[in-house]
Ligand binder design. Structure first.
Ligand SMILES: Cc1cc2nc3c(=O)[nH]c(=O)nc-3n(C[C@H](O)[C@H](O)[C@H](O)COP(=O)(O)OP(=O)(O)OC[C@H]3O[C@@H](n4cnc5c(N)ncnc54)[C@H](O)[C@@H]3O)c2cc1C
Length: 444
């Protein structure tokens, strides 16, 4: 079987890895527009400081990434986040610890007593089961009230999606939460039921020794593929016995084509072959986000925790700051400390499109205002993702359904990636593995 994988982020790599495992005799060619595999998963090394350009790992509460690491024989690379970094903070005009226990919740300054009582009344709120697409804000206001939504859900949304609750479809972005209401009648009831069944709450952040690139570099060769780097695919067209993948420098004919690029890139390459599919793909929007890494050889701040997220109403220019060297101490030279500052998102997309100096200035202002740190970093690194994270707006699930329906008439053509059913590494890995299993199942 001749297989093409277009796009070698974690989605394409996972699909290729499991295809190689299931179909040892298949031939795989990877087309990648960039000069390296990994997509947004990339570690930049600057004077001994390691800065992740995208995600810094995955949560252990879902099995998919851990399973991939094991299947790929990469356990020796696994790095658990430091237990000293468990404390998280929210900046809502001032810095407060995220309450992680019932007594801490009752004591937190982040909500008024009235707002806390509203949260505690959640089990009394009737369940909505009509399947209507709601924003996270509508869902939150309905179930737990404005206070928790405007502070906690707002900050969490900035951290995971770079978005805001009024812009995200709750069913697309947080299907588990919607499932708790649908299946158990409410969030508290659902969480209790999950706890009884042994399902863990948040999991632990895991990464890789040396950064996420260490895992990508381990995984990519295991595909046993012929690689075409710096080779953007321009079109995918039908061929009498399958599909033709076309780029300026290399083209080929394949039985199976896995399109693992962002949706806008997939849309462009499928415009001629599948115009209606291409249109739906073009409707999947993206959130711009910039990451600024700040490295300090000596910093007089304990960085005693995981970092902070800001709320929209705090009117901060930064979405959040990860205290990276506390989470993964191997990210700095001996004695050093590092921060990663997230900028832009749906709150202030214009901030992303600044020159590197402007990004650093925005990051430093955010660090000074939220943490009181005014020291000049010894090392800075910037990374701009103009279309960084797919934006799961209202209507997203319908668009995804339309995309996969359109594929039913096109056997051998496949879509996978963070644009569809989850943006986290765990989601990408799950989707990639399941796609490989389906293809291998049909081939058997
Ligand atoms: C700043 C940031 C922080 C994040 N933090 C986390 C986190 O902490 N935890 C977590 O779980 N997730 C995180 N994520 C999300 C997660 O990392 C991504 O969703 C995931 O890595 C996406 O993988 P992918 O393979 O689907 O897409 P991508 O990584 O976008 O890969 C797509 C690939 O397709 C290639 N491509 C594009 N066009 C073409 C073309 N025409 N021809 C050939 N190739 C093409 C691209 O070059 C790229 O290599 C973060 C994302 C960002 C941006």
């Amino acid at each position: 079987m001749r297989i093409a994988i277009v796009g070698s982020g974690i989605s394409g790599l996972t699909t290729g890895f499991y295809l190689r495992t299931a179909l040892p005799a298949c031939s795989i060619e990877v087309f990648e527009s960039g000069d390296r595999p990994g997509g947004t998963m990339h570690t930049a090394v600057v004077e001994g400081f390691r800065f992740e350009d995208g995600g810094n790992g995955f949560l252990s509460n879902k099995p998919d990434s851990l399973q991939l690491v094991q299947d790929a024989g990469a356990e020796h690379l696994l790095l658990r986040s430091s237990d000293a970094s468990r404390r998280r903070f929210i900046y809502d005009g001032q810095l407060d610890p995220l309450p992680e226990s019932p007594p801490a919740f009752l004591k937190t300054r982040l909500l008024s007593w009235r707002q806390k009582l509203r949260v505690l009344a959640e089990p009394l709120v009737p369940a909505r089961r009509d399947g209507a697409d709601e924003t996270l804000q509508e869902f939150g206001y309905r179930r737990v009230g404005r206070g928790l939504t405007d502070v906690f859900l707002n900050a969490m949304t900035a951290g995971i999606h770079g978005s805001t609750p009024e812009k995200l479809s709750v069913a697309a972005a947080f299907p588990l939460v919607v499932g708790l209401e649908r299946e158990h009648g409410g969030l508290f009831r659902g969480m209790l039921a999950r706890r009884k069944s042994g399902a863990g709450p948040g999991g632990v952040l895991m990464s890789f020794r040396g950064g996420v690139s260490a895992f990508i570099e381990h995984l990519a060769p295991l595909l046993g593929a012929r690689w075409h780097l710096g080779c953007p695919v321009e079109a995918i067209t039908r061929h009498p016995t399958g599909w033709c993948v076309e780029s300026a420098t290399h083209s080929g004919e394949f039985d199976q084509v896995i399109v693992a690029t962002p949706a806008y890139a997939a849309s462009a390459m499928l415009g001629e072959t599948a115009p209606e599919l291409s249109n739906v793909l073009a409707g999947i929007g993206y959130t711009p986000i910039a990451v600024v890494g700040l490295g300090y050889r000596h910093l007089d701040h304990p960085l005693d925790g995981f970092g902070l997220l800001t709320t929209s109403r705090a009117r901060q220019q930064v979405l959040g700051i990860l205290w990276e060297s506390s989470i993964f101490p191997d990210r700095t030279p001996e004695g050093g400390k590092s921060l990663r500052v997230m900028i832009g998102g749906q709150r202030s997309p214009e901030l992303v499109f600044q020159e590197p100096n402007g990004l650093v200035a925005t990051a430093l202002a955010g660090v000074a205002e939220t943490m009181g740190v005014t020291a000049t970093p010894d090392v800075v690194h910037t990374c701009r993702w103009d279309r960084g994270i797919p934006h799961y707006e209202i209507g997203h699930l319908g668009r995804v359904e339309a995309c996969f329906k359109a594929l039913q008439d096109r056997p051998g053509l496949h879509l996978v990636g963070n644009a569809y059913r989850g943006v986290a590494m765990n989601d990408c890995v799950r989707e990639g593995r399941e796609l490989a299993q389906r293809i291998a199942g049909h081939a058997a």
